[in-house]
Design a protein. Structure first.
Lengths: 337, 337, 337
């Protein structure tokens, strides 16, 4: 059960090249493509004739053509052509989805009722437009339900055990960080501050820190995606709780879109700023973030397999679970609505 | 549900060498072997002692010997020997099937009632005996139910989209070809003629055509197999509707035998004639046909996976579906009988 | 259904090094580890916080630490530490198993009721302590239920068909060997003697036999493991039925521990003596035994897949089945208890 009548991330603009892209989203099989005329579109991934996935077909000027008998479909799912036959049968059409392309992100509206239209605009993501930042992204696949990934991202205390080699650093510092959880509406925010702490390896690779740093981790949970603002500044030089602080910034966009009830897509970008005295470090930051996510994937998939092996086994809560539990209540409330 | 009290193709003569061959046919697990005395036989693939597949055993002069404790079984399933024990238990026997070897084809009788005997002779296939043709064959496996392959073969309009590189050629020509569907008894015939058309790549590799050709595609559906006679002659030189026409001939034997309810064996041979001025081209024709079938396999398996993902989703018929739909009605009638 | 309130073999001492070992035993997911203080322990393989397998964690001086948020557990399952939190929740503990380490074997008590304690000591295995023998062992995995492996080991007549290249030799000799089956309590013994027989390849590699040999095969079935004493002496030089006989000895320890209802662990060691005139041959004997077990695995897994394909199909008993059937009755009686 997922929250519906919501925008979800379906992918990124750069994925739509000269071939259709198949992706299952919230148990629906979707084909996305960009027509020769430049329109990004999303349809049910099934030809209405013999059920071949339209993603096995080809992209043309006006739409996508099936790879079996050549039926051509427009971005709105209308059949434009049945080769060898003049009349187009009335029932020859496929379901379409509303796709909104903004800031290099493909947002798809997932309606509660078939054909339901968006009630509001797709989210804005200003970081992708801000010239101070360079970003790069990727799509990872998880054999685990999406909420286990929410749990992971809302509880960064795991950095000390799972990500020692990249962004982790000292476990005790992470576990004892100052922690604040705020919730309002459908948002949950987990704020962690680690003053006077040692910069982790990735930070040292990216920025010429002089010694200890004041470090922040601000996680903002939304139903469709999380914004994670992390970074650090030389100890004592900035107010680390001020959104206008200077220093080194990693701004992560983390869209966890359910694929099925038990699997998920992790669609993310990582943006960072570069120190004036250093060349662009965004490649290094991206690569190390990708490594970090691979580490998470191993842990979360092992966790999920083990949950399946022990159905109904109880879990004991500890101090770090406040944020994740708040987010679960938001999802539960919206999914029931 | 399959038509029973029917002959089906179980394999080809050249497959029975010095080892037993395991093959599941219509959900029955069968072992085939040729005894040292030359008898081709088919038994249930299970030793009656400890259930090891007999296909894990060895072929001997009089039958097949189990690879676990050495029980020996005759072509009719009788146990001939229990090593270390004089008396052979009354119940020590395995089920046998009637196997008829003709024209290099192994036909198996699939009875409605256990032990039921054939009511007629296995089909004749004269092409394998005709000195004008050279043939070669193979067995492909499909992760798709057998009727999706019938559909494919009875509707050659897909050649223009799926087989561009081999036997396809211009999509519009294929889609607009003259089409005639005939049915009588348990047979369905789909006849397509494409006068004055461009020869496709495989034809040009095989025959010295001078320019445009008159091209024919004659598909004959039978419950156990399809005969597909295709070919072409220089435009205006032959009556392309006359079975005695000259020119280049590809005579395909296509036996689609269900493996299970959801998988199938595609057992086929391709025979062709060679032009007097050219060396034997049957190897080229066979290789390109195999490539064509690989293309079909990709499409049909993708189609089937997508049908499974969308249970109950409706399909819209178009003009090319007349032949396939007729054949489906034949299968349905016989399967219910 | 398995006999409970029994010791089973969980592994071997040499497996517990610096990392935890995960193993499913009788459908229970177990993690085994040796603490820095040297204690061998077995716990349920699930952290009580977020369900990550503890086998993904690390071994420390006092116990095993979870790889997600760092909870530390003692050999008895008590939580010793929750990083970042002073109070340890009362419910923070994991199930523990009684593990007894003897003669390089890890015995685990599988209680009928949760928390049930052993009613007797774990079995003794003197061969591992006897200086006349050198041994080596391994753990194999079978995609087949454990009783099919019992059947195989209690009926060595299959050696003539399955193990021709190693310990098999002439099939007729094996099938016609003198055979005696004894049962007492929960034990079954199958005794086979083959006087004046040709030594098989492995025997010739290991011992300087002069010609024909008197050969013995003594299989002792226990619920948790089988002892298989085999060997041979130059014909006429020893009383092959006397436990004190000389000659070449292969002493096999075969613990077949169910993994799940349909899969099993085969944990075995092979001990042998060396002839005074020859260097240590235990490596050769071990390698050829491993090869033999690989042959058995192929046969038994093929047998099991075929049993699954033919549910309810009857099996016919022959003379070699007396021992296996006795053992099945022991298991059935104990599992019902």
């Amino acid at each position: 059960m997922f929250p519906l009548d919501q925008w979800y991330v379906a992918g990124f603009s750069w994925e739509l090249k000269d071939r259709p892209v198949a992706r299952t989203l919230l148990n629906r099989n979707v084909v996305m493509f960009r027509t020769g005329e430049g329109v990004a579109a999303a349809l049910e991934d099934r030809c209405c004739h013999k059920s071949l996935p339209l993603s096995c077909g080809t992209v043309e000027r006006r739409g996508v053509r099936c790879g079996y008998h050549g039926l051509l479909f427009a971005p709105d799912g209308a059949c434009l052509e049945v080769p060898g036959q003049e009349r187009i049968p009335t029932k020859a059409k496929v379901k379409s989805y509303v796709l909104s392309e903004k800031d290099s992100i493909l947002w798809i509206w997932m309606p509660r009722e078939e054909g339901g239209q968006p009630t509001h605009e797709a989210p804005d993501y200003w970081v992708h437009r801000d010239p101070r930042y360079t970003f790069k992204g990727d799509v990872f696949h998880y054999d685990a339900p999406y909420q286990l990934i929410h749990d992971n991202l809302l509880d960064l205390s795991h950095l000390g055990y799972v990500h020692l080699k990249t962004i982790g650093g000292n476990a005790a510092v992470h576990m004892n960080a100052e922690l604040k959880v705020e919730a309002s509406g459908d948002q949950v925010r987990v704020l962690r501050y680690m003053p006077e702490s040692a910069p982790p390896p990735t930070y040292l690779d990216a920025w010429p820190f002089k010694g200890k740093i004041d470090r922040w981790q601000e996680v903002e949970f939304n139903v469709s995606h999380l914004n994670i603002w992390t970074g650090g500044a030389d100890a004592g030089t900035e107010d680390m709780r001020d959104p206008q602080r200077g220093g080194f910034h990693m701004r992560g966009f983390h869209a966890i879109t359910p694929e099925t009830d038990t699997t998920a897509h992790y669609m993310w970008t990582m943006a960072s700023n570069s120190h004036p005295e250093r060349p662009d470090v965004s490649g290094v930051v991206f690569d190390q973030t990708a490594l970090t996510f691979e580490e998470d994937k191993v842990v979360i998939e092992a966790q999920y397999r083990n949950i399946l092996r022990h159905p109904g086994a109880p879990q004991v809560d500890i101090h770090v679970d406040v944020g994740p539990n708040r987010a679960r209540r938001v999802i539960e409330r919206l999914a029931r609505a």
